[in-house]
Design a protein around this ligand. Structure first.
Ligand code: C5P
Length: 301
């Protein structure tokens, strides 16, 4: 049978099987500039999506099912309805006024969980995009953005996995600069960090905003020298809760070829920037010294 014939048997389905990379979200900068009365923090952050991520596959089935495999599957052993992917399916159906799509969803969890690189947020955002394609129900961008925000502050920025600048509580998003061809190495010391705890441990919340940014970064050195004038304001409080982050940063900073090292999000994952051709060499060297850490190298965009 042709794909079209198969599809006629499954209501609300216009595409039969889709596979996407739900990329890691890396905060190249994260300035915390204030706090709203409801407790959420005001941010100013340059975000990029390297070619490192979870694999998400969805296809029509006779019921909704989420199957999780991969190196970090065991860290997601809670009930399926608590998974952001399943929440995304329910929220999408409600918002678009269709019955909950019956899908077999396969997640290969390669990114560490609760680790500051938005794995869950990226999964949810990617699922929303997949749902649009699979059901043929394309939502207005505003509606999709609201839906994403209802799932988490970091979900909207993950809808378009390209360089972006986040302000507000993460909900105000604009296109980011053009980033150079560049390598990135992500390192996590295999410790989970609680985001609310890190925000609570901040000594001050009224920090200066991000310095004016060029529209185009010509080279990895240009990017690194700009980023050196920026910060992640969550890095210090995260280190106070999780000293392993300090060791992770020291390991990256001590690596050959690394131009800049910093923590992403609320940690514990840290990133190092290098020339694209050198990323794998950095990964190999770190792995030889820190065999039990999670280490992944790839292109920055
Ligand atoms: O929205 P999300 O569930 O991803 O946020 C997790 C937690 O991070 C929130 O409960 C809040 O404590 C903290 N947070 C914050 N300010 C933000 C984003 C998150 O205080 N802008």
């Amino acid at each position: 049978r042709t794909a079209a014939e198969r599809n006629t048997q499954v209501t609300h389905t216009s595409v039969e099987r889709r596979v996407e990379l739900a990329r890691a979200k890396v905060n190249l900068t994260l300035h915390v500039t204030g706090q709203r009365p409801d407790g959420y923090h005001l941010l100013d952050s340059l975000v990029a999506f390297p070619q490192i991520g979870d694999r998400l596959c969805a296809e029509p089935a006779d019921r909704l099912e989420l199957i999780i495999n991969g190196p970090f599957a065991r860290n997601l052993d809670g009930p399926a309805e608590e998974n952001l992917i399943v929440k995304a399916v329910a929220a999408f159906a409600k918002s678009s006024g269709i019955p909950a799509p019956k899908l077999r969803i396969d997640l290969t969890k390669r990114l560490p969980v609760a680790s500051g690189i938005g794995g869950g947020s990226s999964n949810a955002a990617t699922m929303l995009r997949l749902l649009e394609d699979i059901t043929g129900q394309y939502l207005a961008e505003d509606t999709l953005h609201e839906l994403a925000l209802s799932l988490g502050a970091d979900v909207p920025v993950c809808l378009n996995q390209e360089p972006q600048i986040m302000t507000g509580i993460g909900d105000v998003i604009r296109q980011g600069p053009q980033l150079p061809k560049c390598g990135i190495v992500l390192v996590n010391p295999k410790v989970e960090v609680s985001t609310p705890d890190v925000f609570r441990s901040m000594a001050r919340r009224d920090n200066p905003a991000m310095p004016l940014m060029p529209e185009v970064f010509e080279s990895p050195d240009h990017l690194a020298s700009y980023l050196a004038t920026c910060r992640n304001d969550l890095q210090e409080p995260a280190i106070s809760l999780c000293p392993e982050i300090d060791s992770t940063l020291s390991a990256l900073e001590g690596s050959d070829h690394i131009k800049l090292a910093r923590m992403s999000g609320s940690g514990a994952t840290c990133f190092g920037l290098c020339e694209q051709e050198e990323a794998l060499e950095v990964e190999r060297a770190l792995r030889a010294s820190f065999g039990n850490w999670w280490i992944a190298a790839g292109a920055l965009t």
